[in-house]
Structures are given as C-alpha cells and as structure tokens.
Ligand binder design. Structure first.
Ligand SMILES: Cc1ncc(COP(=O)(O)O)c(C=O)c1O
Length: 331
C-alpha cells in the first residue's frame, strides 16, 4: 500500500472515530484501568506477507506499563479474598521487574507495603520505577538470574511467614487465570473471532498459558506458538530459557502447537524497526514475539495462505533505554 493510500485510510478512520467520540473515562482507582488494552494493526511485514494480518495486543498501555498488571491485580485480589493478604502484611515476590512494578503500583493504590527480590542487573529504569511507588528492593546475585531471586524470596518467606504475603507468580493459578478471563477474551472479541495464530513469550508462562487455554475453548484450530530465548544467556528481559531454568509450576509444556527459540539481536532489530516504521516503542520481549510473527507470516505466504496473527506487546521500550536497545548507533 502506498503512503497516500495509507494516509487517506488513516484520515477516514480518524473521521469515523470523531463521529463517535468515546465516553470520557473516569475511574475510582488507577487499578480500574488495568486491562481492555487496544489491539493494534501492525503493517511491518505487509510487503513480504501481504495476505497476513498481524496485530499487536498493546499491553504496554496498562497503567503500570506492562502485561503484568493483570496477573498482579488478580493475585492480590485472590489473596484478599482468601484471607491470606490482610492489612499490615507485606507483599513479597521475586520479579525480573514488570510484576514488581505492578505490585508496587497496586500496593500503593491499596495501602500495602511491597518488598521485591530482583537480580542486581535489572534495568535502572525498573529499579527506579519500583522505588518511586514506595516499594523496597532486596537484591539477589545477577549471575543467578531470576532463579536466584526466586530462591531468595522463598527463603525470606520461610524465615518469616507471618510478615509476608507471597503471591508466587510462578506457581499461582491466578496468574494464568487473569489472562484466561481477560486478555484471551479481549483478543477473541477484538479480532471478531478471526484470529488464526497466537504468539507470546514465556516468562512465568502466565500470558501464554491463560490466553491459549481460552482460545482453545473458543476455537480448537487456532495455532498457539510460544517464544523463548534460544540460549540460556540472552538479553531478552522478561523471558525464560525453559530448559535451563526452574520451570514455573503453572507452565504446561504440552500446550503449545509450536515453541520457537529466538536470538537476542534479531529480536532487538525488529523492535527497532517497529519504532521507526510504526511509531510503537516496545521492549525486548515484544521484539522476540514480533520476530516469531514474521516467521509465521513468511511461512503462511510461502504456502499461499493468509492468516490473522496476534502477538503480545508485553511492555514499552522506554523501560530499556539504558540497555541500549534504542541507542542511535543502531540507526
Ligand atoms: C517484558 C516481559 N515480557 C514477557 C513476559 C512474560 O510474561 P509471562 O510471565 O506471562 O510469561 C514478562 C514477564 O515478566 C515480561 O516482563
């Protein structure tokens, strides 16, 4: 599609939107704004795969800036409902960052103290965000990665069980249920049930497991593809190389139709392309999912088929500026 066609198509869409202004939103709490994120049409691969629609679920538009707002809220609500989280208890968990930011934001909004164990090499932006919401950080060894943080948090909880409420995102079914009841339903409705392929990265696996279970209930023919780093040492923050990691209790390795390994640099490259060509600033793991979406789109095209591919844009790129993801030398 030429630039003129694109602009006139966008102007027509803008005019249609102007005719039906959305209701001005009010909210009693910032946490009311979690979920119901937009599904964005991505045109990055349109030239090489013209018959394939690619859409990104814009989870970076949650108020805490990532996909993890949903499970964090659900786990805290479950804790309150079950009586395990009561006023005065400290929310404790291990987190590579985004879940921590979500706990910190929700904890501040609901009046809980939050203590987070994270490896020292987590990005500076994430540390500062968590601290801004008043949460405390306990550092674990960078060399031990997210598994070291998990072990330390478990030990802290074992040493002092009465002080802490530990949601334990790796083993808490409320993690994947948040995506089953929220993200998955939204994707189905936003595509009008036309989705043919779903792609998400694996961290705790909550997003992939929850959305996939929901989509399978709705249409068994949808292909669900999980994405993980192709080696233990990688730069894809938020994602886990499962064969060399403590496997999350909520993970079901038999769920995926396909499991794709992604290398760090190609994932960064496609994230940069997305920023420059579509104006969407996304993080490392979104780059990995996009890379996988390109592979799927190319395959479908080679087979002479079309498709509706949905991937998850887990968080925004501004969280990774200090990591060099968007440094000018990459121009
Ligand atoms: C940036 C980012 N991408 C992807 C994921 C993976 O999501 P999930 O834990 O639902 O597998 C995470 C999880 O922390 C994340 O922070």
């Amino acid at each position: 599609m030429g630039i003129i066609d694109r602009v006139s198509q966008q102007s027509a869409a803008a005019a249609a939107a102007a005719e039906t202004p959305p209701a001005l939103r009010v909210a009693q709490s910032i946490t009311d704004q979690i979920g119901n994120t937009p599904l964005l049409r991505l045109r990055l691969f349109e030239d090489e795969a013209p018959g394939v629609e690619v859409w990104g679920k814009a989870e970076f538009m949650n108020p805490g800036g990532s996909v993890k707002d949903r499970p964090a809220l659900r786990m805290i609500e479950e804790g309150e409902r079950s009586g395990r989280l009561t006023p005065g208890k400290v929310i404790l968990d291990s987190t590579s960052g985004n879940t921590g930011i979500a706990y910190a934001m929700i904890g501040a909004a609901r009046g809980y103290r939050v203590r987070l164990v994270m490896p020292t090499n987590v990005s500076e932006e994430r540390k500062q965000l968590v601290t801004a919401f008043g949460a405390e950080i306990v550092y674990s060894d960078a060399l031990e990665g997210s598994d070291g943080a998990i072990r330390m948090a478990r030990q802290m909880r074992a040493d002092d069980p009465d002080t802490y409420f530990m949601p334990d995102q790796y083993n808490n079914p409320a993690n994947w249920q948040a995506h089953h009841d929220g993200t998955g339903v939204e994707i189905w409705e936003q595509t009008g049930g036309r989705i043919t392929h779903f792609i998400a990265g694996l961290g705790t696996s909550g997003t992939f497991v929850g959305v996939t279970r929901r989509l399978r209930e709705l249409d068994r023919s949808i292909r669900c593809i999980s994405v993980q780093p192709d080696e233990p040492w990688h730069g894809l923050e938020g994602l886990k190389h499962m064969p060399s990691s403590i496997v999350p209790g909520i993970y079901d390795e038999n769920l995926a139709d396909e499991n794709m390994g992604v290398a760090t640099e190609p994932a960064y490259d496609v994230a940069r392309e997305l920023a420059r060509r579509e104006g969407i600033l996304a993080g490392h793991s979104s780059g990995a999912a996009l890379w996988a979406a390109r592979e799927v789109a190319r395959r479908l095209t080679a087979e002479g088929r079309g498709g509706v591919v949905v991937l998850v844009l887990c968080d925004g790129g501004d969280r990774y500026l200090s990591s060099g993801l968007y440094r000018p030398r990459h121009r």
